[in-house]
Unconditional design. Structure first.
Length: 406
Protein backbone atom coordinates (compact mmCIF):
# COMPACT_ATOMS: atom_id res chain seq x y z
CA UNK A 1 0.00 0.00 0.00
CA UNK A 2 1.39 3.42 -0.97
CA UNK A 3 2.01 6.17 1.59
CA UNK A 4 -0.62 8.30 -0.15
CA UNK A 5 -3.23 5.55 0.25
CA UNK A 6 -2.44 5.22 3.95
CA UNK A 7 -2.81 8.99 4.41
CA UNK A 8 -5.99 8.92 2.31
CA UNK A 9 -7.53 6.19 4.49
CA UNK A 10 -7.03 8.29 7.64
CA UNK A 11 -8.34 11.47 6.02
CA UNK A 12 -11.35 9.57 4.67
CA UNK A 13 -12.20 8.64 8.26
CA UNK A 14 -12.16 12.34 9.21
CA UNK A 15 -13.73 14.03 6.15
CA UNK A 16 -16.28 11.38 5.17
CA UNK A 17 -16.90 9.25 8.27
CA UNK A 18 -16.73 12.20 10.68
CA UNK A 19 -14.29 10.54 13.08
CA UNK A 20 -11.92 12.37 15.41
CA UNK A 21 -8.31 12.61 14.29
CA UNK A 22 -6.91 10.43 17.09
CA UNK A 23 -9.28 7.64 16.00
CA UNK A 24 -8.56 8.11 12.30
CA UNK A 25 -4.81 7.85 12.79
CA UNK A 26 -5.25 4.27 14.04
CA UNK A 27 -5.78 3.08 10.45
CA UNK A 28 -2.19 4.01 9.55
CA UNK A 29 0.03 0.93 10.00
CA UNK A 30 3.21 1.08 12.08
CA UNK A 31 5.75 0.87 9.26
CA UNK A 32 8.48 2.97 7.65
CA UNK A 33 5.89 5.30 6.07
CA UNK A 34 4.04 6.16 9.28
CA UNK A 35 5.87 9.41 10.11
CA UNK A 36 5.34 10.75 6.58
CA UNK A 37 1.69 9.69 6.55
CA UNK A 38 0.98 11.34 9.91
CA UNK A 39 2.67 14.52 8.72
CA UNK A 40 0.50 14.57 5.59
CA UNK A 41 -2.70 13.93 7.56
CA UNK A 42 -1.94 16.66 10.09
CA UNK A 43 -0.80 18.98 7.30
CA UNK A 44 -3.93 18.56 5.19
CA UNK A 45 -6.15 19.25 8.21
CA UNK A 46 -4.09 22.23 9.39
CA UNK A 47 -4.06 23.73 5.89
CA UNK A 48 -7.58 22.70 4.90
CA UNK A 49 -8.93 26.25 4.41
CA UNK A 50 -5.90 27.28 2.34
CA UNK A 51 -6.07 24.08 0.27
CA UNK A 52 -9.78 24.62 -0.43
CA UNK A 53 -9.04 28.20 -1.48
CA UNK A 54 -6.29 27.05 -3.87
CA UNK A 55 -8.56 24.32 -5.21
CA UNK A 56 -11.30 26.87 -5.89
CA UNK A 57 -8.86 28.77 -8.10
CA UNK A 58 -7.84 25.67 -10.03
CA UNK A 59 -11.23 24.08 -10.78
CA UNK A 60 -14.60 25.47 -11.78
CA UNK A 61 -16.65 22.94 -9.81
CA UNK A 62 -15.83 21.06 -6.61
CA UNK A 63 -15.36 17.33 -7.20
CA UNK A 64 -16.89 14.72 -4.90
CA UNK A 65 -15.38 14.37 -1.43
CA UNK A 66 -13.19 11.36 -2.15
CA UNK A 67 -11.53 13.06 -5.12
CA UNK A 68 -11.18 16.24 -3.05
CA UNK A 69 -9.17 14.27 -0.48
CA UNK A 70 -6.83 13.01 -3.21
CA UNK A 71 -6.37 16.55 -4.52
CA UNK A 72 -5.78 17.96 -1.04
CA UNK A 73 -3.08 15.37 -0.39
CA UNK A 74 -1.45 16.26 -3.71
CA UNK A 75 -1.73 20.01 -3.13
CA UNK A 76 -0.31 19.73 0.38
CA UNK A 77 2.65 17.69 -0.85
CA UNK A 78 3.29 20.13 -3.71
CA UNK A 79 3.16 23.18 -1.45
CA UNK A 80 4.81 21.92 1.73
CA UNK A 81 6.86 18.76 1.08
CA UNK A 82 9.97 19.74 -0.84
CA UNK A 83 11.44 16.26 -0.37
CA UNK A 84 9.10 14.77 -3.01
CA UNK A 85 9.52 15.90 -6.67
CA UNK A 86 6.41 17.48 -8.23
CA UNK A 87 6.22 14.89 -11.03
CA UNK A 88 6.19 12.10 -8.42
CA UNK A 89 3.41 13.82 -6.46
CA UNK A 90 1.27 14.12 -9.60
CA UNK A 91 1.92 10.50 -10.60
CA UNK A 92 1.22 9.21 -7.07
CA UNK A 93 -2.05 11.16 -6.97
CA UNK A 94 -3.19 9.64 -10.27
CA UNK A 95 -2.35 6.16 -8.98
CA UNK A 96 -4.21 6.92 -5.75
CA UNK A 97 -7.42 8.06 -7.44
CA UNK A 98 -7.39 4.81 -9.44
CA UNK A 99 -6.65 2.82 -6.27
CA UNK A 100 -9.77 4.18 -4.56
CA UNK A 101 -11.94 3.20 -7.54
CA UNK A 102 -12.24 6.62 -9.16
CA UNK A 103 -10.23 5.98 -12.33
CA UNK A 104 -12.61 8.18 -14.29
CA UNK A 105 -11.24 11.19 -12.43
CA UNK A 106 -7.57 10.40 -13.09
CA UNK A 107 -7.18 12.85 -16.02
CA UNK A 108 -8.92 15.57 -13.99
CA UNK A 109 -6.62 14.99 -10.99
CA UNK A 110 -3.53 14.94 -13.19
CA UNK A 111 -4.47 18.17 -15.00
CA UNK A 112 -5.43 19.97 -11.78
CA UNK A 113 -2.19 19.14 -9.97
CA UNK A 114 -0.04 20.00 -13.00
CA UNK A 115 -1.71 23.43 -13.02
CA UNK A 116 -1.03 23.62 -9.28
CA UNK A 117 2.71 23.16 -9.85
CA UNK A 118 2.77 26.53 -11.62
CA UNK A 119 0.12 28.21 -9.44
CA UNK A 120 1.23 31.29 -7.51
CA UNK A 121 -0.99 31.83 -4.46
CA UNK A 122 -2.51 35.32 -4.37
CA UNK A 123 -4.25 36.11 -1.11
CA UNK A 124 -7.60 37.93 -1.07
CA UNK A 125 -7.47 41.72 -0.72
CA UNK A 126 -10.16 41.83 1.98
CA UNK A 127 -8.44 41.88 5.41
CA UNK A 128 -10.63 39.21 7.02
CA UNK A 129 -10.56 36.86 4.03
CA UNK A 130 -6.82 37.38 3.61
CA UNK A 131 -6.12 36.43 7.24
CA UNK A 132 -8.48 33.45 6.99
CA UNK A 133 -6.57 32.00 4.00
CA UNK A 134 -3.15 33.00 5.32
CA UNK A 135 -3.73 31.22 8.64
CA UNK A 136 -6.04 28.54 7.17
CA UNK A 137 -8.85 29.43 9.57
CA UNK A 138 -12.59 29.37 8.77
CA UNK A 139 -13.76 32.90 7.99
CA UNK A 140 -16.32 33.13 10.80
CA UNK A 141 -13.67 32.22 13.39
CA UNK A 142 -11.24 34.72 11.86
CA UNK A 143 -13.83 37.49 12.15
CA UNK A 144 -14.56 36.65 15.79
CA UNK A 145 -10.90 36.52 16.79
CA UNK A 146 -10.20 39.81 14.99
CA UNK A 147 -13.12 41.47 16.77
CA UNK A 148 -12.23 40.13 20.23
CA UNK A 149 -8.42 40.22 20.13
CA UNK A 150 -7.61 43.06 17.68
CA UNK A 151 -3.84 43.21 17.07
CA UNK A 152 -3.30 39.83 18.77
CA UNK A 153 -5.50 38.08 16.22
CA UNK A 154 -2.84 37.31 13.63
CA UNK A 155 -0.28 35.93 16.16
CA UNK A 156 -3.04 33.79 17.71
CA UNK A 157 -4.20 32.39 14.38
CA UNK A 158 -0.67 32.00 12.98
CA UNK A 159 0.74 30.05 15.93
CA UNK A 160 2.26 26.70 14.98
CA UNK A 161 3.36 23.82 17.17
CA UNK A 162 5.20 20.61 16.45
CA UNK A 163 3.50 17.24 16.54
CA UNK A 164 5.18 15.94 19.71
CA UNK A 165 2.71 14.78 22.31
CA UNK A 166 2.89 16.14 25.86
CA UNK A 167 3.22 13.67 28.74
CA UNK A 168 3.23 14.22 32.47
CA UNK A 169 4.77 11.92 35.03
CA UNK A 170 2.62 9.82 37.36
CA UNK A 171 3.96 10.83 40.77
CA UNK A 172 2.14 7.90 42.37
CA UNK A 173 4.61 5.53 40.67
CA UNK A 174 7.79 7.42 39.81
CA UNK A 175 9.41 10.89 39.52
CA UNK A 176 10.18 13.31 36.74
CA UNK A 177 13.91 12.78 37.30
CA UNK A 178 13.60 9.00 36.88
CA UNK A 179 11.58 9.35 33.66
CA UNK A 180 14.10 11.81 32.24
CA UNK A 181 16.93 9.35 32.99
CA UNK A 182 14.96 6.61 31.21
CA UNK A 183 14.38 8.84 28.18
CA UNK A 184 18.08 9.67 27.94
CA UNK A 185 19.10 6.04 28.40
CA UNK A 186 16.72 4.81 25.68
CA UNK A 187 17.38 7.69 23.27
CA UNK A 188 13.87 9.15 23.38
CA UNK A 189 13.40 12.41 21.47
CA UNK A 190 12.06 14.80 24.14
CA UNK A 191 11.86 18.42 25.24
CA UNK A 192 11.29 19.20 28.91
CA UNK A 193 8.31 21.37 29.88
CA UNK A 194 7.19 22.84 33.20
CA UNK A 195 4.69 20.02 33.68
CA UNK A 196 6.39 17.12 31.94
CA UNK A 197 7.88 16.43 28.52
CA UNK A 198 7.07 16.83 24.85
CA UNK A 199 7.93 13.48 23.26
CA UNK A 200 7.91 11.74 19.92
CA UNK A 201 6.12 8.41 19.85
CA UNK A 202 8.38 5.37 20.20
CA UNK A 203 8.42 1.97 21.92
CA UNK A 204 9.87 3.33 25.21
CA UNK A 205 7.16 6.00 25.50
CA UNK A 206 4.44 3.47 24.72
CA UNK A 207 5.79 1.02 27.29
CA UNK A 208 5.96 3.66 30.04
CA UNK A 209 2.44 4.79 29.11
CA UNK A 210 1.00 1.26 29.30
CA UNK A 211 2.62 0.75 32.71
CA UNK A 212 1.09 4.03 33.96
CA UNK A 213 4.40 5.77 34.64
CA UNK A 214 3.46 8.58 32.25
CA UNK A 215 0.26 9.73 30.58
CA UNK A 216 -0.54 11.97 27.66
CA UNK A 217 -2.02 15.21 29.01
CA UNK A 218 -1.79 18.74 27.65
CA UNK A 219 -0.25 21.48 29.75
CA UNK A 220 -3.56 23.35 29.72
CA UNK A 221 -5.36 20.33 31.18
CA UNK A 222 -2.66 20.01 33.86
CA UNK A 223 -2.95 23.69 34.82
CA UNK A 224 -6.71 23.34 35.27
CA UNK A 225 -6.26 20.26 37.46
CA UNK A 226 -3.72 22.12 39.60
CA UNK A 227 -6.15 25.03 39.97
CA UNK A 228 -8.73 22.66 41.49
CA UNK A 229 -6.12 21.02 43.75
CA UNK A 230 -4.69 24.33 44.94
CA UNK A 231 -5.92 24.22 48.57
CA UNK A 232 -5.85 20.42 48.94
CA UNK A 233 -9.63 19.84 48.98
CA UNK A 234 -10.76 16.66 50.74
CA UNK A 235 -13.80 15.88 48.54
CA UNK A 236 -13.93 16.78 44.83
CA UNK A 237 -16.55 16.39 42.11
CA UNK A 238 -15.55 16.42 38.42
CA UNK A 239 -18.78 17.03 36.54
CA UNK A 240 -17.72 16.39 32.91
CA UNK A 241 -14.80 14.12 33.62
CA UNK A 242 -14.16 11.81 30.63
CA UNK A 243 -11.62 10.62 29.69
CA UNK A 244 -10.46 11.25 33.28
CA UNK A 245 -7.13 13.04 33.03
CA UNK A 246 -7.99 15.94 35.33
CA UNK A 247 -9.71 13.69 37.90
CA UNK A 248 -6.66 11.43 38.09
CA UNK A 249 -4.30 14.39 38.42
CA UNK A 250 -6.41 15.94 41.20
CA UNK A 251 -6.28 12.64 43.10
CA UNK A 252 -2.50 12.43 42.65
CA UNK A 253 -2.03 15.96 43.99
CA UNK A 254 -4.49 15.79 46.89
CA UNK A 255 -5.34 12.13 47.69
CA UNK A 256 -8.88 13.45 48.02
CA UNK A 257 -12.09 11.53 47.54
CA UNK A 258 -12.73 12.23 43.85
CA UNK A 259 -16.05 11.50 42.15
CA UNK A 260 -15.90 11.64 38.37
CA UNK A 261 -19.10 11.84 36.35
CA UNK A 262 -20.04 11.65 32.70
CA UNK A 263 -23.33 11.33 30.84
CA UNK A 264 -22.49 8.18 28.87
CA UNK A 265 -21.59 4.79 30.31
CA UNK A 266 -18.90 4.05 27.70
CA UNK A 267 -17.16 7.30 28.65
CA UNK A 268 -17.35 6.37 32.33
CA UNK A 269 -15.56 3.13 31.42
CA UNK A 270 -12.80 5.27 29.85
CA UNK A 271 -12.41 7.09 33.19
CA UNK A 272 -12.19 3.81 35.09
CA UNK A 273 -9.62 2.43 32.65
CA UNK A 274 -7.54 5.61 32.89
CA UNK A 275 -7.63 5.56 36.70
CA UNK A 276 -6.72 1.86 36.87
CA UNK A 277 -3.72 2.33 34.59
CA UNK A 278 -2.48 5.22 36.74
CA UNK A 279 -3.25 3.62 40.10
CA UNK A 280 -5.64 6.41 41.12
CA UNK A 281 -8.49 5.61 43.51
CA UNK A 282 -11.40 7.57 42.13
CA UNK A 283 -15.11 6.81 41.86
CA UNK A 284 -16.51 7.05 38.32
CA UNK A 285 -20.26 7.13 37.76
CA UNK A 286 -22.83 7.90 35.10
CA UNK A 287 -24.54 11.22 35.70
CA UNK A 288 -26.02 14.15 33.79
CA UNK A 289 -24.43 17.42 34.92
CA UNK A 290 -27.49 19.35 33.79
CA UNK A 291 -29.74 17.51 36.27
CA UNK A 292 -29.42 18.34 39.96
CA UNK A 293 -28.51 15.48 42.28
CA UNK A 294 -30.02 16.31 45.66
CA UNK A 295 -27.58 14.29 47.78
CA UNK A 296 -24.65 16.25 46.30
CA UNK A 297 -25.95 19.67 47.41
CA UNK A 298 -23.25 21.44 49.49
CA UNK A 299 -21.31 18.15 49.73
CA UNK A 300 -17.98 19.04 48.06
CA UNK A 301 -14.98 21.21 48.89
CA UNK A 302 -14.24 21.66 45.17
CA UNK A 303 -16.18 21.10 41.96
CA UNK A 304 -14.70 21.12 38.46
CA UNK A 305 -16.86 22.06 35.48
CA UNK A 306 -14.69 21.46 32.43
CA UNK A 307 -17.52 22.41 30.14
CA UNK A 308 -18.29 21.27 26.60
CA UNK A 309 -17.26 24.10 24.26
CA UNK A 310 -16.35 25.01 20.70
CA UNK A 311 -12.79 23.81 21.36
CA UNK A 312 -11.16 26.50 19.24
CA UNK A 313 -8.18 26.70 21.59
CA UNK A 314 -7.15 23.13 20.74
CA UNK A 315 -6.93 23.62 16.97
CA UNK A 316 -3.13 23.61 17.18
CA UNK A 317 -2.89 20.07 18.53
CA UNK A 318 -6.27 18.87 17.15
CA UNK A 319 -6.55 20.41 13.66
CA UNK A 320 -9.76 18.48 12.95
CA UNK A 321 -11.67 20.52 15.56
CA UNK A 322 -12.47 23.28 13.05
CA UNK A 323 -13.92 21.05 10.33
CA UNK A 324 -17.51 20.74 11.52
CA UNK A 325 -17.78 23.66 13.91
CA UNK A 326 -20.32 26.37 12.99
CA UNK A 327 -20.99 29.84 14.39
CA UNK A 328 -24.53 28.73 15.24
CA UNK A 329 -23.00 26.22 17.69
CA UNK A 330 -21.85 28.96 20.08
CA UNK A 331 -25.27 29.96 21.54
CA UNK A 332 -26.04 26.26 22.07
CA UNK A 333 -22.77 25.78 23.95
CA UNK A 334 -23.33 28.84 26.16
CA UNK A 335 -26.76 27.60 27.23
CA UNK A 336 -25.26 24.28 28.31
CA UNK A 337 -22.29 25.97 29.99
CA UNK A 338 -24.48 28.31 32.03
CA UNK A 339 -26.79 25.52 33.16
CA UNK A 340 -23.85 23.27 34.08
CA UNK A 341 -22.25 26.02 36.12
CA UNK A 342 -25.45 27.00 37.93
CA UNK A 343 -26.38 23.38 38.72
CA UNK A 344 -22.87 22.44 39.85
CA UNK A 345 -22.54 25.50 42.07
CA UNK A 346 -25.17 24.00 44.37
CA UNK A 347 -22.76 21.16 45.18
CA UNK A 348 -20.11 23.47 46.66
CA UNK A 349 -19.82 23.76 50.45
CA UNK A 350 -19.69 27.18 52.12
CA UNK A 351 -16.10 28.31 51.73
CA UNK A 352 -15.55 25.81 48.89
CA UNK A 353 -14.64 26.48 45.27
CA UNK A 354 -15.91 25.74 41.80
CA UNK A 355 -13.53 25.84 38.83
CA UNK A 356 -15.09 26.59 35.46
CA UNK A 357 -12.92 25.88 32.42
CA UNK A 358 -13.06 25.62 28.63
CA UNK A 359 -10.60 25.04 25.81
CA UNK A 360 -11.95 27.87 23.68
CA UNK A 361 -10.91 31.49 23.13
CA UNK A 362 -14.33 33.03 22.61
CA UNK A 363 -15.55 35.65 25.09
CA UNK A 364 -19.15 34.34 24.86
CA UNK A 365 -18.15 30.96 26.28
CA UNK A 366 -15.71 32.27 28.85
CA UNK A 367 -15.94 35.70 30.50
CA UNK A 368 -19.58 36.27 29.60
CA UNK A 369 -20.69 32.94 31.12
CA UNK A 370 -18.85 33.78 34.34
CA UNK A 371 -20.21 37.36 34.43
CA UNK A 372 -23.78 36.09 34.18
CA UNK A 373 -23.15 33.45 36.81
CA UNK A 374 -21.72 35.95 39.31
CA UNK A 375 -24.60 38.33 38.70
CA UNK A 376 -27.11 35.57 39.53
CA UNK A 377 -25.07 33.99 42.36
CA UNK A 378 -23.90 36.75 44.67
CA UNK A 379 -22.53 34.32 47.27
CA UNK A 380 -19.71 33.49 44.81
CA UNK A 381 -16.73 35.65 43.88
CA UNK A 382 -13.90 35.19 41.38
CA UNK A 383 -10.68 34.42 43.21
CA UNK A 384 -8.39 33.62 40.27
CA UNK A 385 -8.75 33.77 36.50
CA UNK A 386 -6.39 31.98 34.14
CA UNK A 387 -6.39 32.57 30.40
CA UNK A 388 -3.75 31.30 28.02
CA UNK A 389 -3.45 32.26 24.39
CA UNK A 390 -1.66 29.82 22.09
CA UNK A 391 2.09 30.25 22.47
CA UNK A 392 1.89 31.78 25.95
CA UNK A 393 3.55 28.95 27.88
CA UNK A 394 0.89 26.67 26.43
CA UNK A 395 0.40 24.95 23.13
CA UNK A 396 -3.38 25.22 23.42
CA UNK A 397 -5.56 28.16 24.31
CA UNK A 398 -7.81 27.81 27.34
CA UNK A 399 -9.75 29.67 30.02
CA UNK A 400 -10.32 28.82 33.69
CA UNK A 401 -11.68 30.68 36.67
CA UNK A 402 -11.69 29.70 40.34
CA UNK A 403 -14.90 30.83 42.05
CA UNK A 404 -15.16 30.83 45.85
CA UNK A 405 -18.42 30.42 47.75
CA UNK A 406 -18.52 32.86 50.67
Amino acid sequence: MSYTKKAYDALYEVFVQGKYLHEALKVIPNDEDKALCVRIVYGVLEKNVELEYVLSKLVQKKPQKTVQIVLKIGLYCLRFLNSIPPYAICDNSVKLVKEIGKAGASSFVNATLRRAVKYDLKLPENKEERLAVKTSTPLWITKKILKQYKDLAEPILSYKCDTRGHVRVNLLKTSKEEIEKEFILKGVDFIESENGFYVSDDSTVRELFIKGFITYQSESSIEIGKLVAKDKPRRVLDVCAAPGGKSVLIYELTKAEVISRDTHSHRVELIKSYADRMGAKICAEVGDGLVEKEEYVEAFDAVLVDAPCSGIGTRYSKPDVLLNRRESDIPEFTLIQEKLLNTSAKYVKRGGVIVYSTCTLFYEENERVVERFLKENEEFSAEQTMKRLPGENSRDGFFAVRLVRK
